[in-house]
Design a protein around this ligand. Sequence first.
Ligand code: TPP
Ligand code: MG
Length: 658
Amino acid sequence: MSLDSARLAPMANAIRALAMDAVQAANSGHPGMPMGMADVAAVLWSKYLKFDPAAPRWPDRDRFVLSAGHGSMLLYAVLHLAGYARPTIDDIRNFRQFGSSCAGHPENTHLAGVEATTGPLGQGLAMAVGMALAERHLNAAFGDDLVDHRTWVIAGDGCLMEGVNHEAIGLAGHLKLGRMTVLWDDNHITIDGSTDLSTSEDIRARYAATGWHVASCNGHDVEDVARAIDEALADPRPSLVACRTIIGKGAPNKQGTSATHGAALGEAEVAAAREALGWSYPPFEIPADIYADWNATGERGKALRSLWQGRLEASSRGAEFSARMNGDLPGLHDWAAYKAKVAAEGPKMATRKSSEAALSVLTQDVPALIGGSADLTGSNNTKTPSTGALTTGNYGGRYVYYGIREFGMSAAMNGMALHGGVIPYGGTFLVFTDYARPAIRLSAIQQVRVIYVMTHDSIGLGEDGPTHQPVEHLQSLRAMPGVLVMRPADTLETAECWELALKETNRPSVLALTRQNLPAVRHDASENLCARGAYRLRAATADRLVVLVATGSEVELAIKVAEALEGQGIGADVVSMPCTELFDEQPESYRADILADDALRVSIEAGTTFGWERYTKADGLRIGLDHFGASAPAEVLFEEFGFSVEAIVPKILEKLGK
Ligand SMILES: Cc1ncc(C[n+]2csc(CCOP(=O)(O)OP(=O)(O)O)c2C)c(N)n1
Ligand SMILES: [Mg+2]
């Protein structure tokens, strides 16, 4: 299809008008980016993007990610103009108001046409890498007939400047994700002013050095934009298309300046822009012929979807494919037997090894599981016999060597989960959740099933010392809404936590696992007790005066403390609390029963005590670590830092006044 410049100009101006009017109405938002990239968007939608507004979640659609999420009005305008059911023009009128689907930054949970929640710069592009990876993997698994689409990104200077950009493009370049195209809004402007203020980087050279193809164009010349995109499509590498643009293009007095970046243009400038653009229509009114031209951009995709639908119905694997894309789990054939065996044998094992054992079974039953690690495969125990390496020569593999890219890995996993058809899990040390944290937060906001396998979860890792020993990490992750933090105490609990993480379709999970061996603390697999978040592992024999609440490796210690107390006639319950979030969701009666009111509550966890008052109450006792660790063998550290029966029992006796 050749481009009709005469039609594209008013189509682009419709984006400009909606963007400046919506921002003006809200007196809040970012008109500059949508106005600057309006021409590029008009070309992309008209000629390239594969989509059907009637089926926004059609599995074989192209994925489009607005990494420069502050330019959300570009996406809202385009979705509306192209004929998606939402956003309506009223949604757009309510841009940035409470309850509007047109939130300040695009949110995947609000609109079917929004593939990813963006706004934290750099992460949209990094998630798109995961989408492109998922596409190649599913293509290898199901073939061209069912999976054959592209991933497009609009990114700004900010997205390219963020550190995560380096990790993301490194991964995409290495894995040769050639069906990914980044359209860079090369406007030389960020909030503080000219990019000259803060960067001298040769971005094209950096991308080229990372294995990317680079093209450039004038972002306001639609023929030139199409030429550059054609070049990108012809090249087998992932592509960066530098689109030289003018921020706020169309606002005659403010364009080209950071004044258009993040504030309403003002009544006078909006009027002047109408004049300059020859746009004579009132706010939120689009002429029918322009709607018609925009609506026509979906025709190609509509026809392609109908052909695809036919192939799906004809395919012997159609049902399997649809179930995969739905995120349905297949039957876990070997699972019950595995758990029964673990319960019977009670192995003494590090929970990272327990996780590997569980994964060996689950990855066999669940082909959607795609594993990986940020260069700690042998430590995280994330690889199983079912997960062969995913490489350029074998996209059908199920194990990604992410390299030392914790943030890039986590963002890519978000993109994979958003793409659908795969369930990503990936590992690093728990302490390095700090490197992945912004992506974990986006997992939670986006409500995606991503499973973080975080090993070496305390001073129990020993000699590597305080840089590697998490202290505040468990509590800081628990403080994040919408994330299940699970710290299992033995091999059975680890299996139960894996099962929960896998079945949790709308929430990410963090599994905190030990480096050191742990004994089995439970031998009954008849009910998944971790699902309760916390449960009574041992009931007091003598009159109950104490409830010990422990997680992970400290459950073993809590049992020994309880035995010592019982030896002195002091009854003590032991509560294992693998997941505080799930416990908080239990009915009041259950919680009251587990954390009895009439006893001294004592928490034991080898991490900060900050926050444990929630369960111990202010007058309880909190055994933890409110300082950094040290380099020494694990047993020495536990002893030195007071994680011993000898250190804990006297504290409890004192508190009881005995
Ligand atoms: C991680 C992160 N840091 C800071 C911000 C705040 N912020 C939003 S846009 C922006 C600058 C963007 O510059 P550019 O990407 O060039 O966008 P343009 O001004 O060209 O629209 C900043 C700093 C953010 N959204 N995310
Ligand atoms: Mg910019």
